[in-house]
Design a protein around this ligand. Sequence first.
Ligand code: AMP
Ligand code: GLY
Length: 426
Amino acid sequence: MRILIVGSGGREHALAWKLAQSRSCEAILAAPGNAGTAELGRNLPVHDSDLDALCDAAESNRIDLVVVGPEAPLAAGLVDALSERGILAFGPSQSAAQIESSKWFAKSIMQSAGVPHARGELFETPQAAHKWLEILGPDDLPVLKADGLAAGKGVIVPDHIDDAHDAVDQMFAGAFGSAGERVVIEDRLSGMEASAMAVVSGTDILPLPLSCDYKRIMDRDQGPNTGGMGVYAPPGFMSGFVGDADDVFATIHQPVADQMTAEGCEFRGLLYAGLMIDDGALNVLEFNARFGDPETQAVLPLLDGDLLPVLEASARGHALPRDAISHSGRASVSVAIVSGGYPGPYETGRPIHGLNAVDEAVDIFHAGTAIDDDGRTVTAGGRVLAVTAVADTLAEARGIAYDNVRKITFDGAFHRTDIALREVPP
Ligand code: AMP
Ligand code: GLY
């Protein structure tokens, strides 16, 4: 099969890397891709927001399967547009992608499906939202969410009720564009967070290993949120809290998939649940309608077998071939190396050294990288690389990952030093 991967991050390089190993893969193309995907195939100069150009590129390059990485083209209807032209694509329709693109849609599905989640209300005017905040008790701090897609920034977790009122004003004043025209205010939950991804084809689900990402820029979860500074899989604390990992998928993904099918918006693609686990209680914080980034960079290296027939079956709405992939039972740690200044302003075009010095056992997934006019691999984004190591234990994987992170250098390079540390005995 000829495969086109849409997107340009570490997730897309990891998908390209895994699919390139498939027996049935003839060619990998990426739009727009990065220096990592270019090593596996060919990059096309097409932005992932240009739906017409993506459809044209898929047609002219005789693509058999398009795999969509990011949420924005899914929410904009890329899979529908491709299917109108008879091109097979992995990912949900625009209607099913609402499980990510509307927080309120996701809540309604969870409510109907009996899936545990934070209780919340939808507000369409600032007056109604302020009124709601006024009747909360002094210790009842809420969480505010722009209903629509806000590039991962639409969630505000205030430390004081005055900040909650300010957040309402900002959201309705357009701080998140049209995403904030409707605001969801929900109960604040506490506990440990984990990510649960499953490939879904209608009511058929195929769970992938659980994982845990680190969103803040600095060690000990200090500083602003980022697109992800590292991830490990599987989280040991999940078995202690909720029993078997299969319970998670039976409690969440299966009822959601069943409910969406029953409501006439069947989900095909990757269903990602962001979980909060506290004292054995499991709640969903959010759904994504696509592979997580950076979770994918730690989870795909733990899969034995061929992912391509699984994605193809999901795209066709067929039963998923359960024997095509299996979990290796090993552990992985993936550490992001980012540009100095990220998630604020940062410089690009810095040559990256040491990429060939890393151990063979380690996988380097590119995110913001490019090849410059002199043929050098240079930085081209905030998150630059993810260094992933797989081993029998998290402690070993962590040791190997950091040994290799230290071999890669560029001006201003920065990484967290505590990825997976909480799972490793001192
Ligand atoms: P989301 O985009 O919904 O995952 O939200 C981003 C982050 O906000 C999550 O990873 C949590 O850390 C936090 N968050 C979201 N919803 C809640 C909630 N109901 N209670 C506490 N924290 C939350
Ligand atoms: N790692 C969180 C996400 O992919 O949205």
